[in-house]
Write a protein that binds this ligand. Structure first.
Ligand SMILES: CC(C)=CCC/C(C)=C/COP(=O)(O)O
Length: 160
């Protein structure tokens, strides 16, 4: 359960995407990884905002022993792990060429991350279900905001 928790945490995803971006030598790879990073940041902002507005307490039996949390993470609605798993799961399925068994594993991982949030006592079922829906929608938003290489060049040009 703890391993599933780490696998859906923001830090490994952010560090992993940043490292792959640093190592990537193809324009297509860089485009995908930069947009993944954008999605991960967007997820943190949106989940933090909803948590701060709704302020639903975590289940009473939860022990707050998670690593690297923000102050809003004392709230439980929605599950940030569920939003991230759903969004990243869709991202991987859409942007990586994966064999069918691996695609099944990705979907299984998304479901198991959600299940582990409830079994670890971190969340109520509704936090996770809403999190899955929100993560699914966040992926749609990311597709709409998708930064093309041209947009990136324009952005970097403006910064320089
Ligand atoms: C410090 C960073 C980058 C992310 C925090 C990730 C986190 C601990 C989210 C809380 O998830 P749940 O809402 O599922 O408990």
């Amino acid at each position: 359960m703890k391993l599933l928790e780490v696998s859906g945490h923001g830090i490994p995803w952010l560090l992993g995407a940043a490292y792959c971006l640093y190592k990537s030598d193809s324009a297509a790879g860089q485009e995908v990884l930069l947009n993944l990073l954008l999605g991960l940041l967007l997820d943190l902002i949106l989940v933090g905002s909803v948590k701060a507005v709704v302020r639903r307490r975590r289940p009473a039996h939860n022990q707050m022993d998670m690593f690297a949390t923000f102050s809003v993470d004392r709230y439980s609605f929605p599950s940030g792990h569920a939003t991230r798993a759903a969004m990243c799961g869709r991202f991987l399925l859409a942007h990586l060429v994966l064999a069918p068994p691996v695609r099944v594993l990705v979907v299984l991982w998304v479901g198991l991350v959600g299940l582990s949030r409830v079994l670890l006592g971190r969340h109520n079922v509704t936090d996770v279900l809403f999190g899955f829906w929100m993560g699914y929608c966040q992926y749609n938003l990311l597709e709409m905001l998708w930064l093309s290489p041209q947009a990136l060049q324009g952005l970097l040009g403006q910064l320089a």
